[in-house]
Design a protein around this ligand. Structure first.
Ligand SMILES: C[S@@+](CC[C@H](N)C(=O)[O-])C[C@H]1O[C@@H](n2cnc3c(N)ncnc32)[C@H](O)[C@@H]1O
Length: 237
């Protein structure tokens, strides 16, 4: 399944809540150079821009379908990030990149002294909707992508080892209420299922599993997300 901005935006308001939490940690200074990694349709990049006066904010994304075709957005991979930034921001995207110890070292090297890393990632890989996708993929002979997201305490340790200051690492459950199990499937179609080849058989089996695991209407979809903020010392230590 490919990334599709319309499908992704169907749950726009639910996806905004962690952004609002994350930017509470934002350290605003004038004239910042900021990058939004995995910016998708760019709405949050623009919102971030409004919070950073007289600053330059660039969004990068590797999906031609998702990224806005306008100045300020670049088709590029997170892994290939170059340059030096006052703020490296990423919302619901770093879980698509492997090897987080290497990734975080790289991002840290792209932070200017005094810069800030501000990240939100899903942390609900043990939810039935995720486990079902992996099971169905496996049963149809498709490769199952290993989740690169570490334990929450490992990020705290990783940031400590990098010499981070003012570190915040937490997991928060966002209590979404959706119409029914099929709405959960619609949600995952916009994100998780892009990792798989979603044939008719895939969707049928997956829908059946999610309906079994999440019965009733409305249905509670407790979505765990990991939020972190860390600052690089103004002078290297
Ligand atoms: C769930 S969307 C998040 C979009 C946006 N940040 C938001 O929160 O609304 C994840 C985005 O990460 C992008 N992505 C996945 N792997 C990537 C990579 N290796 N480099 C750049 N972008 C990537 C996808 O194309 C997709 O647009």
């Amino acid at each position: 399944m490919t990334w599709n901005p319309e499908q992704y935006n169907r749950f726009r308001s639910e996806r905004l809540a962690p952004f609002e939490d994350l930017v509470r940690w934002l350290k605003v200074r004038p004239g910042m150079k900021a990058v939004d990694l995995g910016c998708g349709p760019g709405e949050l990049t623009r919102r971030l821009g409004t919070l950073l006066p007289e600053s330059e904010v660039v969004g990068i994304d590797s999906s031609p379908e998702m990224i806005p075709k306008e100045p300020g957005f670049q088709l590029a991979r997170i892994e290939d990030l170059e340059g030096q930034y006052d703020l490296i921001f990423s919302h619901a995207a770093l879980h698509w990149v492997d090897d987080h110890p290497a990734l975080f070292s790289k991002l840290w090297a792209c932070l200017k002294p005094g810069g800030q890393l501000l990240v939100q990632m899903p942390y609900n890989f043990d939810h039935p909707s995720h486990l079902a996708a992996a099971r169905v993929a496996q049963s149809l002979g498709q490769p199952v992508r290993e989740v690169p997201v570490l334990r929450v305490e490992d990020y705290a340790r990783l940031l400590y080892d990098l010499g981070a200051l003012e570190t915040q690492v937490l997991v928060k459950v966002y209590p979404h209420v959706l119409a029914d199990a099929d709405a959960i499937v619609e949600w995952t179609k916009g994100t998780l299922l892009t990792a798989y080849t979603v044939t008719e058989a895939f969707l049928e089996n997956y829908q059946a599993e999610v309906r079994r695991a999440c019965p009733g209407s409305p249905v509670f979809y407790g979505f765990k997300r990991l939020l972190l903020s860390a600052e690089k010392p103004a002078t290297s230590i």
